[in-house]
Ligand binder design. Structure first.
Ligand code: NAD
Length: 337
């Protein structure tokens, strides 16, 4: 984004921007030029920053002196990483930036999850044939919508906060007990599943539940699901398929017109009936959305935040002994590390 170009130029970096890179985020080529960037082929630069993993043609342009930075999907794209390693380039994956306080300004998973969580609730609001808040009108009183948020990491907490701001009655659930307080501090109810212990693993992430634990969770949640007007799901376990939290039987209990937004669609979905990338209505009238790239639907702020994440990483430098750089490095010296 142009503002980040300005700051890189102030630090005496040269900046080359691919033509059209900012078009859909409201930043035409001229805006970058105004801030001192050149428009051209960025692949000759020492540091190449992009959003998605490189295409085969882009990999062919890497050299042993390139440092590539981006969402490289390291756990889901081993062949892609091998191809990068074969060029001798160094690659840092934004997904692997450690979730520690010092690295918060570089945490692109969090910045993009914030966009997704917010957006998911707004999409559900426009799809829902009901109000979110309670209304007392001359024509009678309308009860508030019941919103259930499954998975209360960064995206889930943002979804809870957004739904609360719109006046819904919100219930949140996660298998990490630490989030109970965070959910409650946003004015939502925490859903307790009796007999399910804390499932927090290394780095604050969740571990995969056993088959028995998953069944316990599904059984306990099904009544709450049936009462919900909107369900937003965000549950992920790093490197694993998304846990199936909503069985078809629970969707069958929901009222016609209710909406499920499955933010885990890219990892297969939290709902058994989700079709990744599609929106469709079930036989009993429940609308299920499996969006794959919500940040791109709010491109300006998603890009601003991502660009600032990248800027912070560049400002840190690429010292391999730094904990953050070492944590994010996935390819170095011809090998996947
Ligand atoms: N800089 C920081 O200190 C920092 C920044 C951001 C996040 N974090 C931490 O990183 C961790 C991961 O956050 P995230 O948003 O990337 O998570 P994530 O996207 O990996 O997963 C989303 C949520 O799904 C939950 N989940 C997984 N399986 C589930 C199941 N079967 N049922 C219900 N919920 C389930 C997880 O516990 C998590 O809260 C959290 O502990 C978060 O607080 C730390």
């Amino acid at each position: 984004m142009p503002d980040v170009v300005r700051r890189l130029r102030a630090a005496e970096h040269e900046v080359i921007v691919e033509s059209g890179a900012g078009d859909t985020a409201g930043a035409p080529d001229a805006a970058f030029v105004d801030m001192g960037a050149a428009i051209g082929d960025p692949w000759s630069a020492e540091v190449v920053a992009k959003v998605a993993p490189p295409t085969a043609e882009e990999v062919a342009k890497l050299t042993s002196s390139t440092i590539l930075v981006g969402f490289l999907n390291p756990l889901g794209n081993p062949e892609g990483l091998q191809a990068i390693a074969a060029t001798g380039a160094t690659a840092l994956a934004m997904e692997k930036i450690p979730r520690i306080s010092r690295a918060q300004s570089m945490d692109a998973l969090s910045s993009q999850a914030t966009v997704s969580g917010y957006r998911a609730v707004l999409i559900a609001a426009t799809e829902l044939p009901r109000f979110y808040p309670m209304f007392m009108t001359a024509a009678g009183t309308v009860p508030p919508a019941q919103v259930l948020v499954l998975g209360a990491g960064v995206a889930g907490l943002q979804a809870i906060a957004t739904a609360r701001r719109l006046g819904a009655v919100v219930t949140g659930f996660d298998i990490r007990s630490a989030v109970k307080e965070q959910i409650q501090s946003l004015g939502a109810k925490f859903f307790e599943v009796e007999g399910l212990g804390d499932a927090e693993a290394a780095g604050g992430y969740a571990r995969e539940l056993t088959a028995e634990e998953q069944q316990l969770q599904r059984d306990a949640l099904s009544v709450q699901m049936g009462k919900s007007d909107v369900i937003v799901t965000t549950a992920l376990v790093p490197g694993r398929p998304a846990p199936k939290l909503i069985p078809a039987a629970a969707v069958a209990l929901m009222k016609p017109g209710s909406v499920i937004v499955d933010l885990a669609a890219e990892a297969g979905g939290n709902c058994e009936l989700t079709r990744p990338g599609e929106t469709y209505t079930t036989d009993n009238g429940v609308k299920i959305l499996g969006p794959l790239n919500l940040p791109s639907e709010m491109a300006e702020h998603a890009s601003s935040l991502y660009a600032r994440n990248i800027l912070s990483l560049i400002e840190l430098g690429f010292d391999p002994s730094d904990e953050v750089v070492a944590g994010a490095t996935v390819v170095r010296n011809g090998a996947v590390v």
